[in-house]
Design a protein around this ligand. Structure first.
Ligand code: MTE
Ligand code: MO
Length: 198
């Protein structure tokens, strides 16, 4: 199935993914309002679990039912993979870079996502210490981001924080660093922070 747009963009994905229970829709509204222009007004495609480059055609003009082998979306001849399932990923949002931290309990928190498998666990690591479980918030579904947090009893000095997520199939986020092309970046988010003595 391929979506086409007024700007010449196209994105194709296996038709079998639609109608198997995952969210796959032509969206004309978001948050109870018409789609904002930059997100595809008047209509766009949304297919849960696929990167936007193979699915999320904005300013939609046509949807063509075809064969995956017969047609290439915009990014395919430009070095991107035809399959774009979203990889399990996570990030640290707080503490922010350069935050003024003082030794003692510090909240470490962020987001993780693995649509449509869901996130089963998130762990953080401080320097070369053990991986410690974070607490997950309530995700509205396995297709959405989930918030996580942990309390870190920080000692004074410079520290490196790292995060990793495990998806609903038990698969660990890939640690080795890879760029976005051809089929999605990998690597762990990390942040160094300075903690002042009390
Ligand atoms: N028409 C059109 N649709 C498009 C694109 C584009 O360049 N043109 N970019 C795609 C890519 S690569 C992504 S990641 C998503 C981004 O959607 P967003 O701006 O709503 O986050 O739109 C997709 N749909
Ligand atoms: Mo993208």
């Amino acid at each position: 199935m391929i979506g086409r747009s007024v700007d010449g963009f196209t994105a194709g994905f296996p038709t079998e993914l639609v109608g198997n229970g995952r969210t796959a829709l032509v969206a004309y509204a978001m948050n109870g309002e018409l789609l904002p222009a930059r997100h595809g007004f008047p209509a766009r495609l949304v297919v849960a679990g696929l990167y936007g480059y193979v699915s999320a055609t904005k300013w939609l003009t046509d949807i063509e039912l075809t064969r995956l082998d017969d047609v290439d979306g915009y990014w395919i001849p430009r070095g991107w993979s035809k399959d774009g399932p979203i990889k399990v990923a996570s990030r640290i949002d707080v503490p922010r870079r350069g935050a003024a931290l003082v030794a003692g309990p510090i909240a470490v928190a962020g987001m993780a996502w693995a649509p449509i498998r869901g996130v089963s666990a998130v762990e953080i690591q401080v320097d070369d210490g053990p991986w410690l479980p974070a607490t997950l918030g309530t995700a509205s579904s396995d297709e959405t981001w989930v918030q996580w947090h942990a309390v870190w009893d920080a000692a004074p000095g410079r520290h490196e924080l790292r995060v990793r997520a495990i998806d609903g199939d038990g698969r660990m986020q890939i640690e080795s660093v890879a760029p976005p092309a051809p089929d999605g970046a990998t690597g762990l988010h990390h942040r160094s922070v300075d903690v002042a003595p009390t």
